[in-house]
Design a protein around this ligand. Structure first.
Ligand SMILES: Cc1cc2nc3c(=O)[nH]c(=O)nc-3n(C[C@H](O)[C@H](O)[C@H](O)COP(=O)(O)OP(=O)(O)OC[C@H]3O[C@@H](n4cnc5c(N)ncnc54)[C@H](O)[C@@H]3O)c2cc1C
Length: 353
């Protein structure tokens, strides 16, 4: 057993997975999450390749399989909405797809008993010393940890405090989009439709709740900062992009404005020369986001957490050795996934530089 105190920032996928694996190896884990509670993200995530081994190692593979959305495939539509082709289920749903909400609930449940979760707070300063890291928070009292691990996503605070501003490490893939749910007026049944215009794409699918469908309206843009704007400005950008799209776009734009589960995201990647500095390291999207268009983000977060936990266990407390080994093993996989992310963005009309 070790009495190493670890602070993880971010309680989505990478954070709780890492909390579970580190606790197993005897670490004392605290997770700080900016949101007031576990996030109820509306979209689905999928698993590919070695991610299944990680779910199995965490003892949750069967439970996660129980939430399979059972997507059957996606119809490609022409400009008039007539079917022009079919994409197999794996294109968007991987080897297994579940709602992100189901995955994060399971991860929270299995870790809650032995992990100190601090919601509604965020790190504000990190000061590294030879023997530990002094951490200050927006709300909580200052504390000291042996290691600080950033699992806090695309706009990671740990990364910002350790490596500098977001602008230096984020690479926008020229694609942004709004997501929300709407009445399932197409009658989709465990299936999706994809219609692409000039620099725009409508993707809709329904699985689970037959009355509702998930809608994604994505568009090519050179503005990387759209996902940091107010909702009204984001809606305006979507409206402008879809003004000439036709088919059901006007109806979907109306549904977008009425939606209470609206979210907006830009396809971005994180490119860093190193994923650690001293006693701080990054995992998942925070360190090496491959973009939603890669379809690999969730698998990568889980596999990243496992590789990092294994290297820490193997190095027996020598975090510098562990962080170097973590990066050496994972980087080729990340490089491959980031190439997929760029190809996916181009396929959706993104202007990848
Ligand atoms: C629209 C969309 C669709 C996607 N579709 C897919 C898909 O089909 N398949 C797939 O595999 N992946 C998909 N992804 C990507 C996937 O969601 C991520 O790659 C994956 O969730 C990465 O997990 P993570 O834990 O590293 O980061 P995230 O899931 O981004 O979690 C980061 C966490 O950190 C928290 N946080 C942020 N800042 C702070 C702070 N200052 N302090 C404390 N906490 C903080 C956040 O609230 C969040 O809970 C999609 C992403 C988006 C945006």
């Amino acid at each position: 057993m070790t009495d190493t105190k670890v602070l993880i920032s971010g309680a989505s996928v990478a954070g709780p997975a890492l909390a579970h694996l580190l606790h197993r190896d005897g670490y004392d884990v605290t997770v700080v999450e900016r949101a007031p509670t576990f996030r109820d993200s509306g979209y689905a995530v999928d698993f590919r390749g070695a991610a299944f081994d990680v779910l199995d190692e965490m003892g949750i593979l069967d439970e996660v399989r129980g939430h399979d959305t059972k997507m059957r495939g996606t119809a490609l539509l022409d400009a008039a909405g007539a079917e022009a082709g079919q994409l197999p289920a794996e294109t968007f749903a991987g080897e297994l797809e579940v709602s992100k909400r189901d995955l994060t609930r399971i991860l929270h449940r299995i870790t809650a008993d032995y992990t100190e979760y601090v919601f509604d707070d965020s790190i504000t300063t990190l000061t590294q010393h030879e023997s530990g890291v002094a951490v200050e928070f927006e709300r909580g009292a200052p504390r000291r940890f042996d290691l600080v691990l950033g699992a806090d996503g695309l706009y990671s605070k740990v990364r910002q405090l350790t490596f500098g501003p977001h602008s230096g490490v984020l690479r926008h893939l020229g694609l942004s989009g709004a997501g929300f749910t709407a009445a399932n007026f197409l009658g989709l049944d465990h299936s999706g439709v994809l219609q692409q215009g000039k620099g725009t794409a409508i993707y809709m699918f329904s699985a689970g709740d037959a009355d509702r469908m998930a809608v994604s309206l994505s568009f090519a843009t050179d503005s990387p900062a759209l996902d940091r704007l107010e909702r009204s400005e984001q809606e305006q950008a979507v409206r402008a992009a879809f003004a000439g799209h036709g088919w059901e776009a006007p109806r979907l734009l109306e549904a977008m404005s009425a939606a209470d589960d609206f979210y907006f995201s830009s396809s971005c990647q994180v490119h860093l020369d190193r994923w650690s500095h001293g006693r701080a390291a990054l995992v998942g999207d925070a360190g090496y986001c491959a973009a939603p268009t890669s379809g690999m983000g969730t698998s990568q977060a889980l596999i990243g957490a496992r590789v990092l936990a294994r290297k820490l266990a193997k190095a027996g407390g020598d975090h510098a050795t562990a962080f170097a080994a973590y990066e050496a093993e994972l980087r080729p996989y990340v490089t491959e996934n980031q190439a997929k992310g760029r190809d996916g963005a181009v396929a959706f009309g993104g202007r990848v530089q």
